[in-house]
Write a protein that binds this ligand. Structure first.
Ligand code: ADP
Ligand code: MG
Length: 361
């Protein structure tokens, strides 16, 4: 899939912005704070209904305006599509695909898939488990509606269970929530385990190709489940783990076992990258994971996602830059950078160059 063009109305610093993209490599260049990231954010928003910066919707409406609007023409599922999104300060955003309103975020799935890589993604390696869970969730949600559903239900049940533990720790009805937590939790954990196994294998290939080091990714389950190849057995073990935790949970007033405590380890040549990796190694590991995500999405959906690279090229040496652009044949890439791309670098030769100043109208 690819984005043909995007129109921005009162979105961030754009009153009336327009950009057209090529199906291959696109480079948006221009000085600091000129609105380069804002364009990628708009594409990302249309694909996932969320800002990659985790901004609130009213923050994305141009200062002093009432609504923001993003319109994009993109190609996927064998046809040309039009995506429209309107943001409001005080009510839910409206999304239309091909003029048809999309009620739920899940209805947006599969129309436009993107993978974003930005400097903050170093947090994948260095940051808290929350960052890594977010990566898994975003990756798997683009692949599986079943996962999206299980995860949303799990989050709801978890909230209710936590409220009960806080407000009425001695309640006899905890078991009701336990059963639901197990039902959705096992689904979430099984998906994550399988996803990481494939992602890890793919990321190892990429990482080895880029720098020759060995990357290992391993799922760390937030419940004491051990081996869960058998779904029924996993459910029994998760339930048993919850029961074991009851006493402590009532004291702490929160749920202590389950996928909300999941994590995964990132290991380079047998050393935990978070603790022992150099900045460069961590960056390469994060990049390898993102590139692996592109492959998984392509294999899982039969379509290539759009790769959005925000400000990361200048931090990578030429061999890494060339690796990225040469190993992802057929993928549309939209890159931002502060300087006009190095003309000497052959891999930018065929790129479409877009001056951010010309996006504004
Ligand atoms: N809601 C908004 N209304 C108007 N301008 C905004 C809004 N949000 C951000 N901006 C402006 O957008 C600019 C930053 O854009 P960004 O895309 O992050 O720049 P860069 O080119 O460095 O990637 C800043 O000048 C900021 O003031
Ligand atoms: Mg930027």
């Amino acid at each position: 899939m690819y984005v043909d063009e995007i129109q921005l109305n009162d979105f961030r610093n754009y009153k009336d912005g327009y950009a057209a993209f090529s199906q291959g490599v696109n480079v948006i260049y221009g000085g600091n704070a000129r609105g380069k990231t804002n364009i990628l954010e708009a594409v990302y928003l249309l694909s996932s209904a969320r800002s990659h910066r985790l901004s609130r919707e009213n923050e994305m409406i141009r200062f002093g305006e009432k609504t923001a609007r993003i319109t994009a023409k993109f190609h996927s599922r064998g046809r040309d599509n039009i995506g429209e999104m309107t943001l409001f300060p005080d009510k839910k955003k409206q999304i239309k695909i091909n003029r048809v309103p999309i009620g739920k975020t899940s209805g947006l799935m599969g129309f436009l898939n993107t993978v974003m890589f930005c400097p903050e993604d170093l947090r994948l390696v260095k940051g808290s488990p929350r960052e890594r869970r977010r990566m898994m969730d975003l990756g798997i949600c683009q692949l599986s509606k079943k996962y999206f559903h299980a995860l949303s239900q799990y989050v709801k049940v978890l909230e209710q269970r936590n409220r009960l533990l806080k407000e009425n720790p001695g309640s006899q009805s905890l078991w009701v929530w336990d059963e639901k937590l197990v039902q959705y939790g096992v689904e979430v954990m099984l998906h994550r385990k399988r996803y990481l196994a494939t992602l890890g294998g793919e990321a190892r290939n990429v990482h080895g190709g880029i720098c020759g080091e060995r990357l290992d990714v391993a799922y760390r389950c937030g419940a004491a489940i051990g081996d869960f190849d058998d779904r029924e057995a996993a459910a029994r073990q998760f339930l048993a783990d919850l029961e074991r935790c009851h006493g402590r949970e009532q004291r702490f007033g929160m749920s202590l076992s389950g996928p909300h405590r999941d994590d995964f380890s990132i290991v380079i040549d047998d050393r935990e990258a978070r603790l022992y990796g150099s900045q460069g190694q961590q960056r390469t590991a994060a990049l390898s994971l993102k590139m692996a995500e592109v492959s998984l999405l392509r294999d899982g959906t039969g379509e290539t996602p759009v790769l959005l690279l925000d400000d990361v090229m200048s931090e990578l040496d030429l061999s890494r830059q060339s690796y990225i652009l040469n190993h992802i044949g057929g993928v549309q890439v939209i890159i931002t950078c502060t300087a006009e791309p190095d003309r000497a670098a052959v891999f930018y030769e065929n790129a479409k160059k877009i001056n951010v100043e010309e996006v504004k109208r």
